[in-house]
Design a binder for this molecule. Structure first.
Ligand code: PLP
Ligand code: SF4
Length: 367
């Protein structure tokens, strides 16, 4: 595990961490030596930015290419948008379709929905696909939780509710408790999921009181997916938070984003997925970085993720470390996994190729 490179005391109290949020140039300078370009960009910046002290302390003091630093500090490249889509979130979350839904409900599937409950985060990721909502503030939504709950109650085909944001674990305990209790009262809701970066950026959030709320009932399980993009983000505090979540019956998965210059090389990609398992986080997805406006500089060609699965993970490390590589679109998530295994097939046999390029044959079976 990487020790925090900046030896700055970090509060054990999550609310204190939010009070000390690192979102001014002066605060940032306690953690890093800003380059002239970073400082000029920050002075001109009009978007929401910043991170918790826990996460800020993981930045390299001198390297502007540090993978944590690039997720926190705005880049002048955000002003360029050659390949991103305008009004991305409206397209992506089907907000302009005929179905009448509250702002808080995004729908791409019959049996599950994404329920947005806040636009506040513990880090304002520069690569966020929801940046129009949480970073730029160009899209505003009405987050009336009861409207969302009423809509879900009226849709018995929804068996899986993914609570997202923003970061839902930045809500107060009583709000989280209310959401979970209301959803568990609905007979058709079989599972509740939270998308939250807090296990990575604010592990102190996993307090005994929150764990009690999350672990309070076994019949409608809670699953968490967090977002860790680089092994440097995994700390002893995160390991402890995940251990505590598992101890109350909550599984933790990871949804990494493929980010150019941050995790798009074979060594980093493999180390990330292996290290996640050492802190008991199960790799779930790697997302292609979405074509939201102003994040061209984080995007690779689409094929890159499949190549990394092939060259860094498949066969090179345990199957437990294998996420599914997907691109999230307005019609759902589409897998883009590498395609090399079947070299040939006929009525009699299959020729299969492994990660080293070796081939073997197995007999086929008539129907
Ligand atoms: C990602 C997403 C889901 C959940 O997808 P899974 O593949 O089940 O994790 C559900 N609804 C929306 C709108 C989503 O974007
Ligand atoms: S925590 Fe999630 S919603 Fe918030 S900025 Fe990061 S990616 Fe976006």
């Amino acid at each position: 595990m990487h020790p925090a490179p900046n030896k700055i005391a970090v509060s054990e109290d999550w609310q204190e961490q939010l009070k000390q949020f690192v979102n001014t140039i002066d605060r940032l300078k306690e953690y890093v030596n800003l380059t002239a370009e970073e400082e000029a960009t920050l002075r001109a910046n009009e978007t929401t930015w910043g991170a918790t002290p826990h996460y800020a302390a993981l930045m390299d003091r001198d390297d502007p290419a540090c993978p944590v630093r690039r997720q926190i500090i705005p880049s002048s490249l955000e002003q360029q948008n050659r390949f991103g889509m305008d009004n991305y979130l409206v397209w992506k979350e089907n907000r302009a379709t005929g179905e009448v839904r509250p702002d808080s409900i995004a729908r791409q599937y019959v049996d599950r929905v994404a329920f947005t409950v806040t636009q506040t985060c513990g880090i304002y990721c520069r690569h966020c696909f929801r940046k129009e909502l949480v970073v730029d503030g160009s899209l505003s939504l009405n987050f009336n939780v009861d409207d969302g709950l009423d809509w879900i109650a009226a849709h018995p085909e929804v068996r899986d509710v993914l609570i997202t944001g923003g970061d839902p674990f930045l809500l107060a305990d009583d709000k989280i408790d209310y959401l979970i209790r209301k959803l568990r009262e609905l007979p058709h809701v079989e599972m509740i999921r939270f998308g939250t970066r807090t296990p990575i950026v604010l592990p102190q959030r996993m307090t005994p009181a929150l764990l009690k709320i999350l672990g309070g009932y076994h019949r409608v399980p809670i699953w968490i997916n967090t977002q860790c993009n680089h092994p440097r983000e995994l700390t002893e505090e995160t390991a402890r938070a995940v251990y505590d979540l598992l101890g109350c019956g909550v599984n933790v998965g990871n949804q990494a984003v493929l980010l150019k210059g941050i995790n798009d090389d074979v060594e980093t990609f493999r180390e990330l997925h292996q290290k996640l398992l050492t802190v008991r986080i199960k790799p779930y997805y790697v997302f292609y970085c979405e074509p939201a406006p102003g994040i061209d500089h984080f995007r690779t060609p689409v094929e890159k993720g499949a190549e990394l699965i092939r060259d860094a993970l498949r066969g090179h490390t345990t199957g437990l470390a294998q996420p599914m590589y997907v691109i999230a679109t307005n019609i759902g998530k589409i897998p883009l996994m590498p395609d090399y295994y079947i070299q040939g097939k006929n009525a009699k046999e299959y020729t299969l190729k492994n990660h080293l390029g070796e081939t073997t044959t197995i007999p086929n079976m008539p129907e």
